[in-house]
Design a protein around this ligand. Structure first.
Ligand SMILES: NC(=O)c1ccc[n+]([C@@H]2O[C@H](COP(=O)([O-])OP(=O)(O)OC[C@H]3O[C@@H](n4cnc5c(N)ncnc54)[C@H](O)[C@@H]3O)[C@@H](O)[C@H]2O)c1
Length: 248
């Protein structure tokens, strides 16, 4: 198996934790991100890439193949959020979120799929969300894209099965990252509440375990899903959400 793993959005948050975990497993990790980190950690190479643009993904993956070889692992992680009532939701924000979260997952998977088929091995892990299974208000594009990722994953799981490719999805609840902290800040301003009050009354309300998930926990699930223990697990979507959305 090639020891090349691509993680999108590994400059920050969950992606950075996943990259760190994969380095521990001796992977050469390639980070596809819009923003390059000030310094790459040992074992991680960052390539500037906008996953929503096919030519950007094609160019970045050509560089990976040229410098390191084909990828065995792809983690479709990068993302962003935008909230607005449906009637005011700007079309350009809809296009942006669908472009990054859903089209980006498709484009990166498309780029590596042929090589994975030829190698007879591949592991694709998508970071969706509990919002890939249920809805909250004002998140039309995010919820639609995250639901779409689960559908796309199932198609790729079916197409990849006979070639040794598995495709699985992780659905976190609230994970302590910059993306999540931005949302806490805007709720604090909107509702004139303290950070603690916002966490309790908004973010952790639907969770049974009243604490935020650590990015390392998501990385640990990635580690399991790429291991031999998970070789017959495909097309599944696992929550890490303190019980929010349990049973879905
Ligand atoms: N943090 C949470 O509570 C939470 C919960 C559920 C799901 N998620 C999902 O986990 C993933 C990571 O989120 P995070 O909290 O670590 O966010 P983050 O903001 O900390 O990191 C996201 C990264 O994605 C990169 N990115 C954004 N647009 C990109 C593009 N077009 N091309 C390439 N890179 C791009 C950003 O530059 C950034 O480095 C996202 O898909 C998010 O939806 C997060």
């Amino acid at each position: 198996m090639s020891k090349i793993a691509i993680v999108t959005g590994a400059t920050s948050g969950i992606g950075a934790a996943i990259a760190c975990e994969l380095v521990k497993h001796d992977f050469q990790v390639i980070n596809f991100d819009l923003r390059l980190p000030s310094q790459d950690q040992v074992g991680v190479k960052s390539i500037e890439c906008d996953v929503s643009q096919e030519e950007s993904v094609t160019r970045a993956y050509a560089q990976v193949k040229n410098e390191y070889g084909p990828a065995a692992i792809l983690v479709n992680n990068c993302g962003l959020q935008f909230m607005s009532p449906v009637e005011d939701f700007p079309k350009e924000k809809w296009d942006l979120l669908i472009g990054v979260l859903l089209t980006g997952t498709f484009l990166c998977s498309k780029a590596v799929f042929k090589d994975m088929k030829e190698a007879g091995f591949g592991r694709i892990i998508n970071i969706s969300s509990v919002h890939g299974k249920l809805a909250s208000p004002y998140k039309a594009a995010y919820v639609a894209a995250k639901h779409g990722v689960l559908g796309l994953a199932k198609v790729m799981a079916v197409e990849g099965a006979e070639f040794g490719i598995t495709v699985n999805t992780i659905c976190p609840g609230f994970v302590d990252t910059p993306l999540m902290r931005e949302q806490v800040k805007s709720q604090m301003q909107l509702n004139q509440l303290s950070e603690d009050e916002v966490l309790k009354s908004v973010f952790l309300k639907a969770q049974n375990v009243k604490k935020l998930t650590d990015p390392g926990q998501v990385a640990g699930m990635v580690s399991f899903l790429i291991s031999d223990h998970a070789s017959t697990i495909t097309g599944e979507a696992y929550n890490i959400s303190g019980g929010w959305g349990m049973g879905l």
